[in-house]
Design a binder for this molecule. Structure first.
Ligand code: 13P
Length: 341
């Protein structure tokens, strides 16, 4: 099945079509190396290709996955099945090819442990090439941390400004931007702190998007959920997380945005699914935007563990990936229950 997507709004809507979400398989070479270390597998161009191919050739994954975010290397690699370049291969399945375009988070000068995402230099040219290679959407991740003194207004502002510059450049190059301001959930902060910072960051980001003329109908937001810090004394349960997140987003995300596709951010696989499901149950049919997933670890971790870098484990790994994809698809419809685990 191939999709006929004529404009950026159609691409954005298709990325968050009911029952579908996005696979984030765009780990940089450094990050995938760390994931492979966990399963004692050497990270080479070939093993990375084999692993991504395992995911992309899982039987019927296109039923649950609307699009895949790739890293530069993967976008230029080919399917091991028919040797077609991944953008072409995925498109033939009805899966939209996407590309990570930021150059990572680096120290923000003049701050105590804060980050700014780089990658704006030369971005226009890179986007032109990626569009030629078949990418229809892109991703840029900003990273914000919560401590007793962070985040600073300076950090929030500079990251929001860069996100909007990236998003405007994407749209000018016929590419849908995924705008990802990630507030890390590492730390001892409670859910109220997470709510306040998430709301402030989102309001700042949408203000910058407006200032820089980004069309909200032609983008996807990829945020964190509103969680307690992972080292917090008392961590909020599923219902509290879901209601806080929904309230925060209703306040700060304009209804013109087609969809919100959450990152998993180090939550357990089951928590990431349960939280998404609970939010969709709260909102019911009365949603300003579709609420879906763009998970990396929460879709891939069980597959990676099952694979262990061995050919004989490919089917087992694909089953593990398909299971998470299906359960998150159900959660995006509010139809998941933990009995299905
Ligand atoms: P996680 O779901 O593992 O947080 O990754 C999503 C992602 O793409 C982060 O940029």
């Amino acid at each position: 099945m191939s999709l006929n997507l004529n404009n950026l709004n159609e691409v954005a809507e298709a990325m968050v079509a009911p029952g579908k979400g996005i696979l984030a398989a765009d780990e940089s070479t450094g990050t995938i190396g760390k994931r492979f270390d966990q399963i004692d597998t050497e990270s080479t161009e070939q093993t990375r290709n084999a692993y991504r191919d395992l995911l992309f050739s899982s039987d019927g994954f296109e039923e649950y996955i609307s699009g895949v975010i790739m890293y530069d290397e993967t976008l230029r690699q080919s399917s091991l099945k028919d040797n077609s370049p991944y953008p072409e291969y995925l498109t033939s399945l009805g899966v939209i090819p996407g590309i990570k375009v930021d150059a990572g988070a680096h120290s923000l000068a003049g701050t105590e442990d804060e980050k700014i995402t780089s990658g704006l230099d030369g971005l226009d040219e890179r986007l032109k090439e990626y569009r030629e290679l078949g990418a229809r959407f892109a991703k840029w991740r900003a990273v914000i941390n919560i401590t007793a003194t962070n985040p600073s207004d300076y950090c929030i502002q500079t990251n929001a400004h860069a996100l909007a510059r990236y998003a405007a450049l994407c749209q000018a190059n016929d590419i849908v931007p995924i705008v990802e301001p990630e507030i890390l959930m590492d730390g001892e902060h409670d859910i109220e702190d997470s709510f306040v910072v998430t709301e402030e960051v989102l309001r700042t980001v949408f203000n910058e998007l407006y200032t820089q003329g980004v069309q909200l109908e032609e983008m996807i937001l990829k945020p964190n959920m509103v969680l307690s810090g992972y080292d917090s004394q008392e961590r909020a349960g599923v219902d509290e997380v879901a209601s806080a997140t929904v309230q925060c987003f209703l306040r700060s995300v304009p209804a013109a945005v087609p969809g919100i596709a959450f990152l998993s951010g180090g939550q357990s696989d089951e928590d990431a699914t349960a939280h998404l499901n609970a939010m969709n149950q709260i909102l019911g049919d009365n949603k300003p935007w579709n609420l879906s997933f763009s998970y990396g670890r929460a879709l891939q971790q069980p597959a990676l563990k099952a694979w262990q870098g061995k050919d004989e484990n490919v089917t087992k790994a694909q089953d593990a990936f398909l299971k998470r994809a299906k359960l998150n698809s159900l959660a995006s419809l509010g139809k998941y229950s933990s009995d299905q685990e």
